[in-house]
Design a binder for this molecule. Structure first.
Ligand code: HEM
Ligand code: HEM
Length: 196
């Protein structure tokens, strides 16, 4: 086909996907459930008594084991996200909604990296070994109370920021679904074909 018969309304040669691919959809919902449960567990276990001996530790160990699994899923998701194309934003390019959603998504990804990393590194600076579902992992560093408390601060701060971002994300999705009714939620499901 010659250039002359193309109008600016012609679809591009390779149409961009109209929704997120199945792997990203599966990882989105698996991680959404896992992360919300993990946040709840982290906040809840913080106030647990140290008696009887081992009671608090068993919940801490569960939190660490789940956190390591989530960290691996997050690495997988990021790797997949970087190497696959995703649908264009539903917002017009350059609008504040477009900028805010890009910023929120990136900040959520950053928190998703920093939360398990700070938890894992911090726990490696504590006197207790990290047990992965009962199996003690090799110690990375000698215990260091200062670095442990610094990384605990990072862990708590990133988790707090992450909760605020997820609340914003949830509010934005509700806005699209209830007010704009632009089919945003369908983009993050296994429903239709990937291409028009
Ligand atoms: C995505 C994964 C994770 C999330 C969302 C998460 C979330 C949280 C939250 C909300 C708290 C309570 C914060 C506070 O009030 O101090 C917490 C505490 C804690 N988390 Fe995690 N966590 C994750 C991964 C990990 C990992 C992988 C480890 C270790 C291997 C870990 C170890 C700890 C420890 C030891 C605490 C107790 C407070 C401290 O000593 O820092 N977490 N976590
Ligand atoms: C811990 C909870 C959640 C996290 C961390 C999270 C994270 C994300 C991220 C990072 C994206 C951008 C995807 C990308 O570009 O790779 C996204 C998209 C999306 N999320 Fe979530 N999400 C969470 C919960 C939810 C919930 C509860 C809903 C629905 C009520 C939801 C609905 C969506 C939708 C519809 C999209 C696609 C947006 C678009 O089409 O551009 N998410 N989510």
């Amino acid at each position: 086909m010659s250039e002359a018969v193309h109008s600016h309304q012609d679809p591009p040669e390779v149409s961009p996907p109209v929704q997120y691919d199945r792997m990203l959809v599966a990882l989105h919902w698996l991680l959404a459930m896992g992360l919300i449960a993990q946040l709840g567990l982290g906040l809840w276990m913080d106030d647990l008594p140290k008696e009887p001996v081992g009671y608090r530790a068993q919940w801490f160990n569960l939190h660490k084991s789940i956190g390591i699994c989530l960290g691996l899923l997050i690495l997988w998701r990021l790797g997949w996200r970087i190497t696959h194309s995703v649908p264009a934003s539903v917002n017009l390019p350059g609008t504040w909604q477009d900028k805010l959603s890009t910023l929120t998504h990136r900040a959520m990804y950053l928190c998703m990296l920093l939360m398990p990393l700070s938890g894992f590194l911090g726990s490696n600076f504590s006197p207790y070994p990290v047990k992965f579902f009962g199996v003690a992992l090799p110690r990375w560093f000698a215990p260091d109370p200062d670095l442990k408390s610094l990384l605990s601060e990072v862990h708590e701060l990133t988790a707090t920021l992450f909760m605020a971002l997820v609340a914003l994300h949830f509010a934005a999705v509700l806005w699209h679904v209830l007010v704009k009714r632009d089919g945003l939620l369908q983009r993050m499901t296994w429903g239709r074909a990937h291409h028009d």
